[in-house]
Design a protein around this ligand. Structure first.
Ligand code: VGL
Ligand code: ZN
Length: 213
């Protein structure tokens, strides 16, 4: 794969949801989720603009299967459309909601917490799952002159996927750093996500391809 030279003033790294609950042993463990940590750390050291996202749900959040008396990974309809039901995860201020202890959070200029409204899930770093309520990240990035975002973290097929799609829809260039992501992979969701991202104009790179300008 060709080298991807960075432009420090125009590039930002979005590190999506590298949290205890999404790593092995966590409430919604993504297989090998912890393997992304060293890669995310290496990437962060190369960027001058770094944003972390943190899934940060109130107890009793509408995306939790337990709230509906249903099993995790079933689908339901919420006001804004279909929603996967998840195990209770990333409840505000619990140990599971913390960043992975080996993630170097020091380089982050901004931490976007999401999924805080009880009735609305929020996969994307840019919009809640109603696909209309902004988190404010797009304006923050534009104010800093950012034109391209690189995406890494968890999970490839949910929060990374929605963030990549929204980045493109908002006019940013977007690069998925494939080896610095891991997927939940429910019923083919990883294959679907990669096809959707590619169709949206997201490009794919590996950590080793990303080089200083
Ligand atoms: C995520 C499911 C529920 C993610 C967050 O970070 O991909 N997935 N909440
Ligand atoms: Zn969540």
């Amino acid at each position: 794969m060709p080298a991807v030279p960075l432009s420090p003033a125009a590039d930002a790294l979005l590190v999506i949801d590298v949290q205890v609950d999404f790593c092995p042993g966590g409430a919604l463990a993504v297989p090998e989720g912890d393997r992304v940590v060293p890669l995310c750390n290496r990437l962060m050291a190369q960027f001058s603009t770094v944003v972390l996202t943190q899934d940060w749900h109130p107890a009793g959040h509408a995306s939790f299967a337990s709230v509906h008396g249903r099993q995790p990974f079933e689908m339901i309809e919420l006001d804004y459309g279909p929603q996967v039901l998840w195990p209770d995860h990333c409840v505000q201020a619990t140990a599971g909601a913390a960043f992975h202890p080996a993630l170097d959070t020091a380089p982050a200029q901004l931490i976007v917490r999401k999924g805080m409204r009880r009735q609305v899930d929020s996969y994307s770093a840019f919009f809640e799952n109603d696909r209309r309520t902004p988190t404010g990240l797009a304006g923050w990035l534009r104010d800093k002159g950012i034109r391209r975002v690189f995406l890494c973290g968890l999970a490839t097929d949910y929060c990374v996927n929605y963030s990549g799609q929204d980045a493109r829809a908002l006019g940013f260039e977007a690069v998925l750093v494939e080896d610095a992501c891991r997927a939940v992979d429910l019923g083919g969701s990883l294959t679907d996500a990669l096809a959707t991202l590619q169709a949206a104009g997201v490009t794919f790179a590996r950590t080793a391809d990303i080089t200083a300008a």
